[in-house]
Design a protein around this ligand. Structure first.
Ligand SMILES: NC(=O)c1ccc[n+]([C@@H]2O[C@H](COP(=O)([O-])OP(=O)(O)OC[C@H]3O[C@@H](n4cnc5c(N)ncnc54)[C@H](OP(=O)(O)O)[C@@H]3O)[C@@H](O)[C@H]2O)c1
Length: 213
């Protein structure tokens, strides 16, 4: 049960993020989902409200490459709801180009969304969680962070960075009762294989991880 909890889910418009949002709503959390555009966020909210009439969900679209944009949006959430309990850093992108076609621009684009934005979002919720003396941060990693992949070098690089960021923050923030976990996708994919029913199982696991902490 997550009644009274305020959760922000990036990349909540579709796929795994959408399933996590649904799972949180089923567990009675209030959810603020983030999309890359306000239009996609609004569309996801409309779909959720149709499936779960009256559910407490809203959509925002901060620019995840810009710390100031994220901070302003998340401060708005804190101002409106008084707290931020859960942050799920789920937005991500990949590219499977071979090294011969991989440009520095593409490498930086993947790293910017998959790594920099995760740090920005965590930094932007930290003050609220610190003041509350509690919080839960879930970062979406991937099995390829451990095993690599034959093409698309930036993606496994970015997810390995997420593992390091999460382990470090778990150690730093644990004593402040703010938990950080990155095993959502790693654990889950070990169970059921790549891309098979990803959404709902990952959503269930995210809810479980959040409740445990
Ligand atoms: N699918 C898998 O099998 C798998 C496996 C391992 C790990 N993962 C990880 O799980 C997470 C979700 O994967 P998925 O397959 O569910 O993703 P997806 O279906 O491709 O959805 C991506 C989500 O990220 C948002 N997004 C994309 N680019 C963005 C940007 N520049 N700024 C803000 N938001 C942006 C999208 O929002 P809009 O709809 O508004 O554009 C969408 O909500 C990712 O971190 C991915 O790396 C996935």
């Amino acid at each position: 049960m997550l009644k009274g909890k305020i959760a922000i889910v990036t990349g909540g418009t579709r796929g795994i993020g959408y399933a996590i949002v649904e799972k949180y709503l089923e567990n009675h959390a209030t959810v603020i989902l983030c999309g890359s555009r306000q239009e996609t966020a609004d569309k996801a909210v409309a779909k959720l409200k149709e499936a779960h009439p009256g559910c407490p969900v809203e959509g925002i679209a901060p620019d995840l490459t810009d710390y100031a944009s994220i901070k302003a949006a998340f401060d708005g959430v804190r101002e409106k709801y008084g707290r931020i309990d859960i942050l799920v850093n789920n937005a991500g992108m990949s590219s499977s180009d071979p090294l011969s076609a991989y440009t520095p621009e593409l490498f930086h684009k993947v790293m910017s969304l998959n790594v920099d934005a995760v740090f920005y979002c965590i930094r932007a919720v930290y003050d609220a969680m610190e003041a509350q003396g509690s919080g839960c941060i879930l970062n979406t990693s991937s099995m390829v962070s451990r095993y690599g992949q034959p093409k698309g070098v930036a993606y496994p690089t970015s997810k390995a960075a997420i593992n390091g960021m999460t382990l470090s923050l778990a150690r730093e923030l644990g004593p402040r009762r703010i938990s950080a976990a990155a095993d959502v996708l790693q654990r889950f994919i070990g169970w059921c294989g790549y891309n098979t029913g990803v959404g709902h199982l990952a959503g269930a696991l995210a809810a479980e991880l959040t409740e445990l902490r």
